[in-house]
Each structure stands twice: as C-alpha cells, then as structure tokens.
Design a protein around this ligand. Structure first.
Ligand SMILES: NC(=O)c1ccc[n+]([C@@H]2O[C@H](COP(=O)([O-])OP(=O)(O)OC[C@H]3O[C@@H](n4cnc5c(N)ncnc54)[C@H](O)[C@@H]3O)[C@@H](O)[C@H]2O)c1
Length: 256
C-alpha cells in the first residue's frame, strides 16, 4: 500500500498503460483522478477501479488545453485537498511521411504541451505550496532515436524527455521529483490501431526485442508506480527505458 490515501492524477487513464496505472495506484490505496478525452471511457475506467474496491473519480477533457488542465487540477484540489502524484500518460501518434504530415500541432499539443500544462498546474496549485510531489511524464523509445513516418511523435517525445530534465532541476528545491518513463513497444490500443492499418509495421521491431516479446501495460504501470513512490525518493530527472532491451541492442544486430 505505497499510495495509501495519496491523491494521484492520471491523464490518458481511460485506456492502455494509463488505465493499468489507475487500477494499480488504486489497488495500493490511492485516490485516483482519471482524465481522458472521451468521457465514456473515463467513466468506464472509474467503474473498473471501483469494482475492484478502489477509489477513483472522473476528470475528463482534452489534455492539450491549458485551461482544462488548470480547471481539472483545481477540481481535484478542491475535492481532495492536494495532488501528490501526477502521471502524464495521454499520447497520440499519426503515421504519415514527413512531407505530408498534418498532425504536427495536434501531436505537440497532446504529447508535449499537455505534460507541461498539467505539471505546471499541479505544481502551482498543490506541489509547490505543499513542498512535495512526484510527476511522471510518459515519453517513449522515440525519445532516443528516430523511425520513419511519425516526425511529430519523435520530436514531441524527445521534447518530453527535455521537459522532464528542465522541471526536475527547477523544482527539486520545492521537493518535487520529475521523471520520464520511456516505454518500448507495449500491447495497447495505440499499437493495435497502427497494426490494423499496416499489419507489417512492427514485424521487424517485434523480432528485435531482446526479451523476445512485446511489453504489457502493467509492466509500464509498474515503472510509473515505482517512479512515483517513496522508493524513488532520490530519483529525479531520470529518463528511464522500460523496453525489454530494445534500446540496448546495437543497430544492425539481431538479438541473441
Ligand atoms: N504502446 C506503446 O507501444 C507505447 C510505446 C511508447 C510510448 N507510449 C506512450 O504511452 C502513452 C500511453 O499510450 P498507450 O500505449 O497506453 O495507448 P492508448 O491509446 O491505449 O492510451 C492513450 C490514451 O490517451 C488518450 N488521449 C489521447 N488524446 C488525448 C487528449 N487530447 N486528451 C486526453 N486524453 C487523450 C486516449 O484517449 C487514450 O485513452 C502515450 O503517451 C504513448 O505515446 C506507448
């Protein structure tokens, strides 16, 4: 029960690894405020947490809108008194060649503007005055290297790692830790949707995962819980792979 009575905000908590994290924080005693774009999806996530005996409530809305970030954090603080943990998990990807890429602004908005807006709102309204808080920003293996066909994703995920370091060093004196989780290929709707459009998209990547399989959402959530917990009390500014060894593999080699 590492999060007994702690107030945890999760963006993108309606699906995939954000939903897994919501369930797992709640199972360890947290009160979880779940954001996602689609209100029905948020309601369903809250229902799943409650069904398992946990505590959760809905804070739906578009993460990329700074006013929404401020308002939703205000709602959490007025209801629960504070925000102890913020997990920025909402993310989008659009597969298109760079010359035709029309999702640049939207992708930056969701993947990079949003973690800044939500982190700033939580810091101003709760974590700085309380001199305590833990923030996790979910980036990707795309924070370290490029791949063809999603320039906005790669640029925004590199940015999320930079945002993490900037906030970690600036807010350390306020007692706030900020860390970045970089998942490798993980079995969620994001990957399922991409494979539905192009069945071959991840064939080679799947073959080149040293641990021999794609990750599970719960394995990413485990890392989020660790980074948010007191066990990581000396960890800040970390950009952490959780990828079955994908980024450790020398380019051009096959796993043994
Ligand atoms: N699945 C992978 O292989 C993988 C790998 C690396 C990084 N990631 C990152 O992990 C995070 C979670 O993704 P996932 O794999 O669980 O996918 P997912 O699609 O299951 O979950 C993403 C959630 O974000 C929500 N979302 C999207 N735009 C939003 C907005 N404007 N406002 C509020 N919510 C919004 C979606 O509705 C969805 O519920 C993302 O940041 C993604 O980039 C995923």
């Amino acid at each position: 029960m590492r999060f007994e009575n702690r107030v945890v905000v999760i963006t993108g908590g309606g699906s995939g690894m954000g939903l897994a994290a919501a369930r797992m924080f709640a199972a360890e005693g947290a009160i979880v405020a779940i954001n996602d774009l689609v209100p029905d999806r948020v309601a369903e996530a809250v229902g799943q947490v409650e069904e398992a005996g946990g505590r959760a409530f809905a804070i739906p809305g578009d993460v990329s809108d700074e006013e929404v970030a401020r308002e939703r954090v205000r709602e959490v603080v007025s209801r629960q008194g504070r925000v102890d943990v913020l997990v920025n998990c909402a993310g989008i990807s659009t597969i298109k060649p760079a010359v035709e890429y029309d999702a640049w602004r939207r992708t930056m908005g969701v993947n990079l503007d949003a973690p800044f807006y939500w982190s700033r709102a939580a810091a101003i309204q709760s974590m700085i005055p309380n001199r305590s808080g833990a923030i996790v920003i979910v980036s990707s293996n795309a924070a370290f290297a490029g791949f063809p066909g999603d320039v906005g994703y790669i640029a925004s995920k590199h940015g999320a790692a930079g945002l993490t370091k900037a906030l970690a060093v600036e807010w350390a004196s306020h007692g706030i830790r900020v860390n970045c989780l970089c998942p490798g290929l993980t079995e969620t709707n994001m990957i399922r949707d991409m494979e539905a459009l192009d069945a071959n998209r991840f064939v080679e990547r799947r073959r080149r995962i040293p641990l021999g399989r794609i990750g599970r959402p719960e394995e990413q959530a485990n890392a989020m819980l660790y980074l948010a917990s007191d066990e990581a009390s000396y960890v800040t500014g970390l950009v952490m792979n959780n990828d079955g060894g994908q980024m450790a593999l020398y380019s051009g080699f096959s796993p043994g």
